[in-house]
Structure formats: C-alpha cells, structure tokens
Write a protein that binds this ligand. Structure first.
Ligand code: ADP
Ligand code: MG
Length: 467
C-alpha cells in the first residue's frame, strides 16, 4: 500500500484504553466498555493522547513519495519528525526509556503491525491471538497466556489487518469477512471480523519458526529419544513411506521437517503444501503450493492435482504437507508405484485412527472402490505411522510408532515399535518415557538391505542374544 493510502486511512485520535505494548504481565481484568468510559481518565491516558497526536502529525508530515520498502530512510524520517513534534509539546517531559518506548510504538504503527510488532519479534512466542482490541493472547513454550498489549479500538485492528492483507492484493470487509494470509516472514495468519466474529476483529498468527526445531532440540525437550531418532533416520534412508499423525498444533509439520532432513542430499525432493511451511535444508528441492478457487470459483489447484503433476517431475521423494481429502488416494498410489520414501501428515489421534482417516478420505473423494481395496492400498503403501500428542503440561511428544504390516482378512495389521509409557504427573509436568516395545519391525530387512545396521538395543533387546 502506498504511504499516501496509509495516510488516508489514518483514523482520528482515540481516547481509548491505555495501549501498552509488549510486556507480558497479566492485564487488569477487562471492564465492560461502558464502565471504561465512565472511569475518570488516569494519567496514562495522557500518553495515549500524546501518542495519537504525534502519530497523526507524523503521518501528515511524512513524505508520501518515500518508499516504504526503504525502511531505513523511513525510520530515520519518522524519528526526525518525532523529535521535532515532541519538542513542540512544551508540557510533556519524558524520561529516556519512556521516550524510546513511544518512538518504538509510533514506528511500529507507521511501518509495521502496531501492538503486534513486539510480539512478532519475540522469538519465544510461537502464536499470537487477537480476540478484539483488549484481548491479546500468546503461546509460549506450549502454554497460552494473556499479554498486556492492546489495540485502541476495532478500527485500529482493522488498520493493521489492512496492512497485513493489502500487499497480497486481498481485502477484509463485509463481503469477505475471513481470509488466510501470510506475513512477509512466512508466518500464517487467519483473520475473521464482525459480524462473524463477535469479539471484534480476530487475528490468529502461527509464527514461522525462523530456525526450525532440530531433532536435538526435540530430544532435549523430551519429545522423543536418541534411539527413536536413530530409528526414524534409518526408516527415512531406507525409503519407507511414513505418515505423521497428530492433532492440530501437536508438531506434525515440525516432525515432517525433521524426517525430511534425513533424506540424502542427492535425491530430488518435491514438496506439496497449501502454504509452504517446510524448510528443507537440501539443495535439490522443488516446492509446490496448492491454490484455492478465486472469487468466480475458478482456478483451483488441489494438493491431489499437484501430486499427479509431481509424478511427472521425476521425483525421488514426494512430501505432502498434509493429507486432508482427495489427495490421499493420489498419495497412496504414488507410494505404491515406485515413489517409496514419501511422507505426509494426517490429523488423527492414534495410528489406528490415522488409518481410518486415510480410508475416509479416499471414500469421501468419491472413488468407487470397495473398502477392502482401499485398505489394501493403505496397507501396502504406508510402512510407518508416527503419532504425536500434546500433553497436559503443554509439551509435545511422540507417543507411538507403529509398523503397518499388511492385511489379515479385512483388517489392517499394525504393530507398535515404540510407545510412550506414562508415569503420572509431578509438579504439573507429565512424567514417563518413550520406550521400545521389544519388537523388531518386519521392515528391518529393508533397513538392512539399505546397508543400515541398527543395534538391537534400539528395540529394547539385549544385545547378547542378537549378535
Ligand atoms: N516437541 C516440540 N516442543 C515444543 N514445541 C514444538 C514441538 N513440536 C512443535 N513445536 C512447536 O509447536 C508449534 C506447532 O507445530 P507444528 O509442527 O506446526 O504443528 P502441526 O503441524 O501439528 O499443526 C510450532 O510453533 C512448533 O515450533
Ligand atoms: Mg502443520
């Protein structure tokens, strides 16, 4: 958006609740709007007024020709104007810290995402949730907490929303009251506004982890063990087909990223996602993104379409970010027709449930296949299902790794190789361990054929008996 447009969008000064930015302390309980209006203005409102006054003066004065892309120039310009206008406020005396904070807030308003800016910059925060102007929550270390950052009003949020979606050529208004978008850093954003959202304009941001979590990070956090890691590394190298299963936010994409990091460097990898999240370190990667219908209902390209296209791109591996519908069958067929070593995630709560979900996806896609045929496809395509769970204490853990062995009659047979064993809760922390069940999977032959020899201790077996 041009600076000029932004200036036109400027809203009049507000006398709204104090807008403290950043800070992680719990805010005071939210009062109803009517009560807030009756409350005599505390001194902090002076800051809000000052901020609003300076903001409109700076915006009015900024050179509209200034290129927003050249942020250093803009920042310098904002700071000069800030100093000039603050000096004109003869009855205002600010300490050094207060002055800097005010400048930061104004810069964030003019150039960035306002009160969200410090939250987006804080790398310990993984998710930001705005439920109307006075309620902002964040997720940190798997726990949700409320922060004291606020917007001045619904209008204020809408201005920031515009700033998020405008560069993508999108709008959020009554005609299009909800939208998915992406921040320049890759973070995923969902926006939904009144009258659909009753709290006021609502923003949910899944922040893009700048440095993806590595297996060492996850081992350190207790998500899985070294043995498990060594085992899945062997599975990936031996080109087993793997499915990561878990609920929303349990760490499926993170896990898929780790699995894919074990793919050898000399393979051609094609990734298929709705919004590119995977961050592969290999050089030879082709990333494809699906596309939803446009307003006229045309131009849709599904994940399934992309899987079929990927087959013509000489892939060594196909990675589908998420299987949610019709692409399941395409994916299974790819896995069954010489594209071993492919991976995907499904939304399910147990490995059994994951199998069931795959089945349902194929059925729902309207292919007229008998159930048994579908199950056979699944059983022969999928080798491993890894199950993730988000525990009560907010930690995410691998709770299961199951080998899919084949069919017996009409039933898919699976066998657990690793299982989380619960040992209760202490001081709010979930105790337990991911243990090998003592069963060597049947596909160990494929792992050994790939030249990888895992020590029996990985499977919880006594090495003396397995020389
Ligand atoms: N084991 C873990 N420990 C801590 N945080 C994790 C773990 N796994 C994933 N995360 C974080 O949890 C959030 C959700 O992870 P993601 O992989 O996107 O989940 P999903 O794909 O299941 O929705 C991300 O911010 C990610 O960095
Ligand atoms: Mg995901």
């Amino acid at each position: 958006m041009s600076l000029l447009k932004r200036i036109e969008k400027k809203e009049p000064a507000q006398t709204a609740p104090p807008a403290s930015v950043g800070g992680n302390s719990m805010p005071p309980p939210v009062e109803s709007m009517s009560r807030q209006r009756q409350t005599p203005a505390p001194p902090v409102d002076k800051m809000v007024e000052l901020r609003a006054r300076l903001l409109s003066k700076i915006i009015a004065e900024l050179d509209p020709k200034l290129d927003i892309g050249r942020s250093d120039d803009l920042r310098r310009n904002v700071e000069e104007l800030f100093n000039q206008f603050l000096a004109e406020e003869s009855d205002v005396v600010l300490g050094r810290v207060e002055r800097q904070r005010l400048l930061d807030q104004l810069t964030a308003e003019i150039m960035g995402f306002g009160p969200l800016e410090p939250l987006l910059r804080d790398n310990t925060i993984s998710e930001v949730m705005v439920n109307g102007p006075n309620m902002i929550y964040i997720e940190r270390n798997g726990k949700i907490e409320r922060v004291s950052a606020r917007f001045d009003s619904d209008m204020h949020i809408m201005r920031i929303i515009d700033r998020i979606v405008a560069p993508l050529g999108r709008r959020v208004d009554e005609g299009q009251p909800f939208v998915d978008a992406r921040l320049p850093d890759g973070s995923r954003v969902n926006i939904i506004i009144p009258p659909l959202a009753l709290n006021g304009p609502t923003i949910t941001i899944r922040k893009f982890a700048k440095i993806p979590l590595t297996s060492d990070d996850l081992i350190q956090r207790g998500a899985f063990t070294k043995e498990f890691d060594e085992f899945v590394k062997a599975c990936v190298k031996a080109r087993l087909n793997m499915v990561v299963s878990g609920g929303t936010g349990t760490g499926k994409t993170t896990m898929l990223n780790i699995f894919s990091s074990y793919i050898p460097n000399d393979e051609r990898i094609i990734t298929i996602e709705d919004a590119a999240e995977l961050q592969l370190r290999q050089e030879h990667v082709v990333s494809l993104e699906s596309r939803s219908k446009n307003i006229e209902g045309r131009g849709e390209v599904t994940r399934g379409d992309l899987v079929i296209n990927a087959l013509r791109m000489r892939p060594d591996r196909i990675i589908v970010g998420e299987c949610r519908s019709g692409e399941a069958l395409d994916m299974l067929q790819a896995m069954n027709t010489g594209h071993e070593g492919s991976m995907t995630t499904v939304h399910a709560n147990t490995p059994r449930d994951a199998l069931h979900r795959l089945e349902t996806m194929v059925l729902m896609a309207g292919f007229d296949l008998p159930l048994k045929a579908i199950r056979e496809q699944i059983a022969s395509a999928v080798d491993v299902i890894v199950q993730l769970e988000r525990m009560r204490d907010g930690t995410r853990k691998i709770v299961n790794l199951a080998e899919i062995q084949g069919m017996e009659g009409d039933v898919i047979i699976s066998q657990e190789v690793f299982r989380w064993e619960n040992a209760g809760v202490k001081d709010g922390k979930v105790l337990g361990a991911l243990k090998a069940t003592g069963i060597r999977p049947k596909f160990i032959e494929r792992i050994e054929a790939a030249g990888i020899f895992l020590p029996p201790s990985i499977f919880g077996l006594d090495p003396r008996f397995y020389q």
